[in-house]
Design a protein around this ligand. Structure first.
Ligand code: PEP
Ligand code: MG
Length: 540
């Protein structure tokens, strides 16, 4: 048995086989699949996606180099829909029970070798395009880590580090836990693991060897320890710990439907933070009082330069609003940048670009921002929706945000679309500047939420993603607690409400303090909601 120590990121016990995540897999593996229907569906989705990408490539190329030169992308779309091509690919999946990536690779070879390209007028002399579209399909199929791993059994995902966009794709039930060599506990990757309730440990360093792939591991997310090839007594002990944890979670279920009220009658709202539509179900299960923070930037990730349209976003936000009924849904406008880069903005430069984030990017990308605002406003016709702006540092930014909201409303009026004209607008308090001008801000906006994750990094001069300085990242530093108290008073003096949606909100040794200073709402990950309710109800 090998025991390794890392940093705990998300609590819980996971027991399973280690599977290493590799970001770039050039080689297409031949994998036997039990569920051929699933492979056919994957292939179908990849084809739809390829058509979408090829259409936009055609339009881009036609505009830049003329229609005659864009024709390759038209031919490639025809290949995707070609009956013979599809017959060859699907027969490999159905008859040989092999994975879609491999079937596309082999099907393409046969398609070319059997001379079909020569027979078909439209692709004659365009073999290169057949190969190109085949690579596109394979890439789409393997863009998703689930598909790269392609194992049926649940597993513990191991990696050097994971990007937030990759963590976003965790399929609950299949990825039992995650362990990484590097990373920091307050990165967005870590937050997402907590949101999804997946036990996770980071910072295991090079002691986490590639050779451990396929070996059984126990992830103890409570202690930050992993046990590779555990001995019998450790396995039994950990299984017991896993069962007791499950019992604790089940025991919390009895608190569903109960109020978040202390013994002496003080109330505080408890809401949930989410990163995508797939988290809504766990919010409903958690019995949270609403969605206190919807990190919408994740909707933009994993899709290259292909931005989500107004319609696509509208459906996602509307679905959240309708799912929550009369309960509040706080939609945060996209907070890209730092460890959440998107291709559309400026490639990976954003990772290194300190401070180029949140509303700063929104103001530079007005068209993209208006698209998002319109989608959010339209969703407000279907529930209790409000909008919050991230990374605000000045009153000028607030004025600009308000004028852009007005512009989006004018556009919707012109298009005769419904929305809530009285929609509430708020700001994240996550920079020291915002703390210092919180009184003035409270006169301009309807509500506020303290983002302690960023407020900590900007106050204590320590990046959330810097492993070396991680020990200085102290969310309970007296300076932070003082700031929280000051902001709360300033906002209350203007008769407005304030919540905390940073990770500090879930620290149960802070709950009493938050209630004492009058915080109106705490917003935590869905798996943390009931434990927080229990804590509140125990407080005198
Ligand atoms: C925060 O900074 O505390 C916050 C809630 O926002 P994010 O973690 O998404 O930066
Ligand atoms: Mg933040």
């Amino acid at each position: 048995m090998i025991t390794l120590m890392g940093k705990k990121v998300s609590e819980g016990i996971a027991i399973g086989k280690i599977s290493f995540f590799k970001r770039t897999t050039k080689e297409v593996k031949q994998i036997y699949v039990k569920d051929v229907e699933k492979e056919i569906t994957r292939l179908q989705r990849a084809k739809e996606r390829a058509i979408q990408e090829l259409k936009s490539l055609y339009n881009e190329a036609a505009a830049e180099v003329g229609e005659a030169n864009a024709v390759a992308f038209e031919i490639q779309q025809k290949v995707v829909n070609d009956d013979d091509f599809n017959r060859m690919v699907t027969s490999i999946i159905l008859e040989s029970k092999l994975n879609a990536e491999y079937a596309v690779m082999e099907g393409t070879k046969s398609f070319i070798e059997e001379g079909l390209t020569a027979e078909k007028g439209y692709i004659s002399g365009h073999e290169i395009d057949v190969k190109d579209v085949s690579t596109r399909l394979i890439n789409i199929l393997s863009r998703n880590w689930r598909d790269k791993l392609l194992i049926d059994e649940p597993f513990v995902l191991a990696a050097n580090e994971l990007y937030p966009s990759e963590t976003m794709q965790f399929e609950q039930g299949k990825a039992l836990g995650f362990i990484t060599r590097y990373g920091t506990i307050n990165s967005h990757t870590a937050i997402l693991a907590r949101t999804k309730g997946i036990p996770a440990i980071i910072g295991l360093g090079d002691a986490l060897k590639d050779d451990y792939a396929g070996k059984t591991v126990i992830v103890d997310g409570f202690e930050g320890k992993i046990y590779i090839e555990p001995d019998y007594s450790t396995l039994t002990k950990m299984q017991f710990k896993q069962d007791s944890n499950l019992a604790v979670t089940q025991n919390l279920e009895r608190l569903k439907g109960k109020e978040n009220v202390t013994q002496s009658g003080q109330r505080i709202d408890v809401c949930a933070n989410i990163g995508g539509k797939e988290d809504i179900e766990s919010v409903l299960r958690s019995d949270a009082g609403g969605i206190g923070l919807f990190r919408t930037e994740f909707i933009y990730m994993n899709r290259g330069k292909n931005m989500p349209s107004e319609e696509e976003q509208y459906k996602i936000y509307k679905n959240a609003a309708e799912a929550m009924g009369t309960q509040p849904v706080v939609l945060r406008t996209a907070d890209f940048g730092d460890d959440k880069p998107i291709d559309f903005v400026s490639g990976n430069d954003q990772v290194e670009t300190f401070g180029y984030r949140g509303v700063r990017i929104s103001l530079d990308k007005e068209e993209m921002f208006l698209t998002q605002l319109k989608a959010m406003l339209r969703a407000s016709a279907h529930g209790n929706v409000s909008i919050i702006f991230p990374m605000i540092t000045s009153l000028e930014e607030i004025a600009k945000m308000k004028s852009l909201v007005k512009k989006a409303m004018d556009m919707l009026d012109y298009e005769k679309q419904d929305y809530n004209k009285e929609i509430r607008l708020g700001a994240m308090i996550e920079t020291p500047a915002a703390v210092m001008i919180s009184s003035e801000m409270a006169r301009e906006l309807d509500f506020f939420s303290i983002g302690t994750n960023d407020l900590t990094q900007f106050t204590l001069a320590v990046s959330r993603n810097n492993e070396k300085a991680a020990k200085y990242y102290d969310q309970k530093h007296p300076a932070l607690l003082k700031m929280i108290r000051i902001v709360t008073n300033n906002v209350h003096l203007e008769g407005k409400k304030i919540s905390i949606c940073g990770d500090l909100a879930a620290e149960l040794d802070m709950t009493e303090f938050f209630i004492k200073i009058g915080i109106d709402e705490l917003s935590v990950t869905p798996p943390q909601v009931l434990a927080l309710r229990k804590k509140i109800r125990e407080i005198q």
